[in-house]
Ligand binder design. Structure first.
Ligand code: GCB
Length: 592
């Protein structure tokens, strides 16, 4: 599925703004036909945004179940004869959508796009009603999983990931047009041979019998550097300017459908010419060893929750550059496509992760220990979940395959991985990822509970991604002991001969809390904790990167392990630096 865009043959109209909104705790809306007219007894709600922190009612914040959104849109007059498509960039965690009285689509999964051809249900020049029934309940068959437990005080949603279950319409909703014959999909892969770049392309066109596909590649100054015909082929670029970390150089590939000399459809794809590979314990970008510096992040903001915001997008990337980060992981779900597009342009390297987080009954919300369930079983995470997970992997790769910034797929964060059931569950999922994208390495993020020798899933991974909290969750406050234990574990992993990425290490830090004795939670401790980790990483050659947990403080469920959320941010939730930010800047930036 291609992201909607305006071109010489296409137009799009954003449906963002204030929508009618209503919770439906008893799930009566479908039977009562709420989509058949103006949403009864509705209030207004911002799109894009999570609804949770907007309404001044704790019951709404923690609500789970059915949620209705509705708006109307004028279909442009000029779209007569065109194909009209309704496109949601995401709906968390699932949705059913009606146009007028007709249900046009359903989608499972809260962080990837979905769309429907609605040409037959709209009339250019007229207004049409769009109604979305969003549902944010997590179950053992959703990604991420959760469970609704009956308690004396009523049903309660439980889940095992350490961030607040924000929900709603977090990203743009589009109505867009294409010609009846259109470019439906496009896959681009690139290569480098000395100063020559190659751009392989594969176009899927629909409704296009008798049309010819042509492609033109232009450099950043708009100069045409290569052309081709046919739905697939390889272009060669002399004196190529590669895409590289810190140098987000992009070419523009224009794909056209041509008939009788006339361009019927045109679509533009940014292309960064770069290679990614793993060789022994090295991670190579353009054939050069790459060392990741950066963070695990979240889409998390005050008031709008997981709603996308361009100002914070730019602010966050400013801070990444300021601190010397060259990369981040889209922990723990696919981020807005605006983030990926921006990372391409800024030359920021991404580890792109699915929403498979919390598949581990040995932990929950920062707490180690049994959560009262067996992780993999017919009643809990089972074959159905595995199918949903496989689909989440396919949708992530289908959406993000053409982004040069994405160098590695992470198919899960900290799942149970030390059991036979885990091995059986994950083996086919690695195949799914590799089939969907043979060009990028694939991995998953390993948890401390499954150390080297016990983990049965890391055998399938091209890169070892480790989250470790020596000096925080273990050896708390004892950095010398932490340093010994951490180095010992890391050296064991290094015997696997694969690159090791430290995808999480961090210490909760209350901004403004100081302690000469460098006690946990103080800004001094966070600095010393990071220093200790860096000494360890620098002594183990197989370590190819360090991503601190977390870029910024973020919202979580309430619990005795959290003080107003997770405070492991190097920046506060409003994006101001803690002392650790300056320490990282000194390590990561060679120029200051
Ligand atoms: C982890 C998780 C992350 C948590 C973090 C923590 O290992 O991957 O989601 O927020 O630990 O702070 O406990």
């Amino acid at each position: 599925m291609l992201r909607p865009q305006d071109t010489s043959t296409r137009e799009r109209k954003s449906l963002n703004g204030l929508w009618s909104f209503r919770l439906d705790a008893d799930s009566v809306g479908v039977d009562d036909g709420w989509f058949r007219g103006p949403l009864p007894r509705a209030r207004e709600m911002a799109v894009p945004a999570s609804f949770n922190d907007i309404v001044a009612d704790p019951a709404v914040r923690d609500y789970f179940g059915d949620i209705w959104y509705q708006t109307t849109v004028h279909v442009p007059r000029g779209w007569a004869g065109e194909r009209v498509v309704l496109h949601f960039e995401s709906a968390t965690h699932r949705a059913r959508v009606w146009v007028g009285d007709v249900e046009v689509m359903q989608h499972e999964g809260g962080y990837t796009p979905f769309e429907a051809d609605v040409t037959e249900h709209v009339r250019p020049g007229e207004e049409v009603r769009v109604t979305a029934l969003v549902n944010n309940t997590l179950s053992f068959q959703s990604i991420p999983p959760g469970v609704v437990e009956d308690t004396p005080a009523g049903p309660r949603q439980r889940y095992w990931h350490d961030f607040f279950n924000y929900a709603g319409l977090h990203r743009t909703v589009w109505l867009y047009s294409t010609p009846a014959a259109y470019v439906a999909d496009l896959t681009v892969t690139t290569g480098l041979e000395g100063s020559t770049g190659t751009v392989q392309y594969d176009v899927t066109a629909l409704g296009s019998d008798g049309h010819e596909v042509t492609v033109a590649l232009r450099d950043a100054d708009g100069r045409e550097v290569a052309t081709g015909t046919g739905s697939h082929g390889a272009l060669s670029v002399d004196d190529v300017h590669p895409w590289a970390p810190g140098d987000g150089y992009l070419y523009d590939l224009e794909v056209s459908l041509v008939r009788d000399g006339r361009t019927v459809d045109s679509y533009h794809q940014s292309v960064g010419v770069r290679t990614v590979s793993v060789s022994g314990t090295q991670f190579l970008i353009n054939g050069e060893p790459f060392y990741f510096t950066g963070f695990g992040k979240h889409e998390d903001l005050t008031v709008i929750g997981k709603g996308h915001n361009d100002a914070f997008l730019v602010r966050d990337f400013e801070l990444l550059r300021w601190v010397g980060a060259n990369s981040f992981r889209t922990s723990h779900y696919p981020y807005s496509e605006d983030v990926l597009d921006y990372a391409d342009r800024q030359g920021i390297v991404l580890i792109d992760e699915t929403a498979a987080v919390g598949l581990n009954m040995g932990l929950g919300g920062g707490i180690f220990g049994g959560q009262g369930y067996t992780t993999f079983s017919p009643e809990t995470i089972n074959a159905t979940t595995q199918q949903v997970h496989a689909q989440a992997i396919r949708e992530l790769i289908a959406r993000d395959k053409n982004h040069p910034s994405v160098v590695l797929w992470s198919i899960a964060n900290e799942p149970e991985s030390d059991t036979e059931a885990a091995e059986e569950y994950f083996r086919p999922l690695f195949d799914v990822a590799r089939e969907a994208d043979p060009t990028r390495p694939v991995g998953f993020v390993n948890v401390m509970l499954a150390p080297h020798g016990k983990c049965r899933v890391s055998q399938f991974a091209d890169v070892l991604m480790l989250n470790r909290y020596y000096g925080w969750y273990v050896n708390t406050g004892d950095l010398p002991a932490a340093e010994l234990a951490w180095e010992q574990e890391l050296r064991e992993w290094a015997t696997d001969g694969k690159p090791i990425l430290i995808t999480e290490y961090g210490a909760d830090t209350y901004p403004g809390l100081h302690s000469l004795g460098s006690e946990p939670w103080s800004e001094e401790y966070q600095v010393e904790y990071l220093d200790m980790n860096h000494r360890v990483f620098d002594r183990v050659d197989a370590v190819v990167g360090e991503q601190v947990w977390n870029f910024a403080d973020f919202a979580t469920t309430s619990g005795i392990m959290r003080v107003g959320g997770n405070k492991k941010g190097v920046f506060t939730r409003d994006r101001q630096p803690k002392a650790a930010a300056y320490a990282l800047r000194r390590r990561w930036r060679k120029d200051v």
